[in-house]
Write a protein that binds this ligand. Structure first.
Ligand code: SF4
Length: 491
């Protein structure tokens, strides 16, 4: 192979930059994904397959840290899981216990420095940390630690927990509990030492974390789809405020704080998680179908076909079609292979709405009145362009039905959202949004409809056990820490 051929050919950014695409700046970005194994001789390989299943939660970097006797083996890199790891790197990751991470950097900044798991040495030995979510008061804790002499290696919030543990006079587990109690936010933590795996979920259970079993081994994952891939069984969700400790004596179920109001992120159900995952006892595909069906009951539109914006809205479109009897059709197709492109489209092509990610199927939509189902409207530019794609392909009417209430407020718990001034629903009425996106009609799923559709095991609890703050401004935690709070993902 010549040197020339060895050079990377792409000039674009990372795979799937900007998800639904057309407008890479008009989408909510997933947070991160975590995956842990305790007690399996192929911990690294299981982590590889697990992280691969969680790839949609973070495409910028991936890493695995494995503990073997008295040392760690770890590897991290920028890119997709399949790009970061190969046979040789996996072969070097020997050990029975591991934590892994896929990352979508937002407020913590990008780059290899912040790729997780982060690994530290302290007086108690080695510690590796991986997290999904955001610690709202991390800037405050960090400032306090720096003022008393701590030197941080990264800009990631995750490092804060390592410093809190390292400075504590208590043993590892008690120090970790104290650290969790200092932090406010939405998080799922995994901490690995040479002889322990510790996992913890924030007091409101904002970010998902599930425990599974594979033979005698324990598996922990952000989503259950990763358990299915490795043939593990679902045991249960890690509960809000819970801390599970695995060591040579097995599983110790503990907690660092009593559970507060349960508030699992509603956007996991609506958009982020894979449809084959279960959360709170509900399958995501089924929940999304119910969202479509409830929306159809709330807002019936007389139309010829129903189509969903791929991939996250297909399930809801099927639900809408089943409820109304209007046929479901593949009116929009997503091109899955446009991630890394050889050339960046010129500004002129961008402005024309480069149809690289999404295309309307002319023979399906031409001459039809179309109900277009989508999960959310962020800035409105993507919706406008999809409506225009359908109309250019001959749709006579496009009725937009959104399977969430209007997205009005930023997220402080790990979802990268724009400033509220850029969220179209915070500035405009439904009729104004309809006009701006060029739709013939526009409807949003109601709050009550969303809770009914999610139908989890906490339906009787406050808001069905959901966080819906980006819709109703009712944040389950304090979010104002003197102006330093971050929006997005700090992991
Ligand atoms: S504010 Fe919205 S996106 Fe953030 S955790 Fe709550 S429901 Fe999820």
């Amino acid at each position: 192979m010549s040197d020339e051929v060895k050079q990377p050919l792409w000039t674009g950014d990372y795979y799937n930059e900007g998800a639904v695409q057309i407008d890479p700046f008009d989408t909510l970005r997933e947070e991160c994904g975590v995956f842990g194994v305790y007690g399996h001789p192929d911990a690294a390989s299981l982590s590889y397959y697990g992280l691969h299943a969680l790839q949609h939660r973070g495409e910028e970097s991936a890493g695995i840290c494995v503990s073997q006797h008295d040392h760690f083996n770890y590897h991290r890199g920028l890119g997709l899981v399949k790009e970061v790891f190969d046979k040789d790197t996996l072969a070097g990751l020997q050990g029975n216990n591991s934590i892994g991470h896929v990352r979508y950097s937002t407020s913590g900044g990008g780059g290899l420095t912040n790729a997780q798991p982060l690994v530290f040495k302290y007086k108690g030995g080695d510690i590796a940390v991986a997290t999904n979510g955001n610690i709202v008061n991390a800037p405050e804790i960090r400032r306090e630690l720096e003022e008393s002499g701590s030197i941080f290696q990264t800009t990631s919030d995750t490092e804060v927990v390592a410093h809190l543990i390292a400075r504590s006079p208590k043993d590892f587990v008690e120090a970790a509990k104290d650290a969790m109690n200092r932090m406010v936010g939405g998080y799922a933590f995994m901490l690995l030492t040479h002889d322990k795996l510790l996992v913890a979920c924030d007091p409101n259970g904002l970010r998902p974390l599930t425990m599974g079993r594979l033979g005698d081994a324990y598996i922990f994952t952000s989503e259950t789809c990763a358990l299915e891939v490795i043939g593990a069984e679902i045991v249960r969700d890690v509960r809000p405020g819970e801390m599970l400790i695995l060591d040579q004596d097995g599983l110790h179920e503990d907690r660092f704080t009593p559970m507060q109001r349960k508030a699992l992120c509603a956007m996991e159900y609506i958009y982020f998680a894979r449809p084959d995952s279960d959360m709170n006892g509900s399958n995501l595909h089924s929940a999304r179908k119910r969202m479509g069906s409830v929306l159809a009951r709330e807002r019936f539109v007389d139309a010829d076909i129903v189509t969903g914006v791929p991939d996250s809205s297909i399930s809801a479109a099927i639900g809408y079609a089943e409820q109304t009897g209007i046929p479901y059709e593949l009116g929009l197709i997503k091109n899955k292979y446009t991630g890394r492109t050889f050339i960046q489209p010129s500004q002129e092509l961008r402005e024309q709405g480069v149809k690289m990610k999404l295309s309307a199927v002319r023979r399906v939509v031409d001459g039809k009145r179309v109900v277009m189902i989508d999960d959310s409207i962020v800035r409105g530019t993507t919706s406008r362009r999809i409506v225009s794609l359908l109309k250019e392909a001959g749709a006579t009417e496009v009725h937009v039905c959104i399977t969430s209430p209007p997205f009005k407020n930023p997220c402080f718990y790990g979802i990268d959202t724009p400033d509220s001034r850029e969220l179209i629903a915070s500035m405009r009425t439904v009729e104004e949004i309809r006009e701006e996106i060029g739709a013939d009609s526009l409807a949003f799923l109601s709050y009550e409809g969303l809770i009914e559709a999610v139908d989890g095991d906490d339906r009787a609890s406050y808001k069905g056990g959901l966080c819906m703050a980006c819709f109703d401004n009712d944040y389950p935690t304090q979010v104002d820490f003197g102006g330093d709070e971050k929006i997005g993902c700090g992991c």
